[in-house]
Design a binder for this molecule. Structure first.
Ligand SMILES: [Zn+2]
Length: 216
């Protein structure tokens, strides 16, 4: 098995790309949220420990997340490339992951960074509209509803999520940058950083570029 780490800002399309890549045989996408939910639901040893942390209102420690990844790797059959999404987020977590993979004899093929200019991200996220009634999402730029401001599915009035207003988005991007730039440097310094231009709306070229980097 090989591991590829996915990195990308909010609005970079990381989630969409990941789910497309996961359709390729041999590629498996594992987000930190799914990892945690899966381990807790299965009641795995790491999952049970994590559950105790969460029930006490505490953050799940990095080492425990790594333990869950270890459980997934140990139970996995037939995955060629495991895409990790949401872990590591910090240099400390990257060190923990590197140790774990070395111990398991799993090859860290690299970190795949989706690069999108901040201005594009802000515009992209600011265009999001959600239906509070049925949860459908639209985007005025890329996926507009048939009638402006009206949900195609149920006819509800579309709104902008608080998280998506431009000031909040800029703040989220600042937080992302502050957190992720050291991680990007970390992988770059080790010759493990691969970038994909994720500016355009077309998914196909991004998938192809990502697959090239993954299989290089
Ligand atoms: Zn609706």
């Amino acid at each position: 098995m090989n591991v590829v780490i996915l990195l990308g800002a909010p609005g970079s399309g990381k989630g969409t790309l990941a789910s497309e890549l996961a359709k390729v045989p041999g590629i498996r996408h594992l987000s930190s949220g799914d990892l945690l939910r899966g381990a807790v639901k299965e009641g795995s040893p790491a999952g049970l420990k994590a559950k105790a942390y969460m029930e006490a209102g505490n953050l799940v420690p990095d080492e425990l997340i790594a333990e869950m990844i270890e459980e997934v790797i140990a139970a996995d059959e037939g995955t060629n490339v495991l895409l990790l999404d949401g872990f590591p987020r910090t240099v400390r977590q990257a060190d923990i992951l590197a140790d774990l993979l070395a111990r398991k004899g799993v090859h860290l093929r690299g970190a795949l960074l989706l690069e999108v200019a901040d201005a594009v991200l802000v515009a992209r996220i600011a265009g999001r509209r959600v239906c509070p009634d049925c949860g459908a999402t639209f985007n005025v730029a890329t996926l507009p509803p048939k009638v402006e401001g009206v949900c195609d599915v149920c006819g509800g009035a579309l709104t902008i999520r608080k998280d998506d207003d431009p000031a909040t988005v800029r703040h989220r991007l600042d937080v992302y940058a502050e957190q992720t730039f050291p991680l990007i440097d970390y992988y770059r310094a080790r010759g493990l950083l691969h970038t994909v231009d994720a500016t355009g709306h077309d998914l196909e070229p991004k998938i192809e570029a990502a697959l090239r980097k993954i299989h290089d």
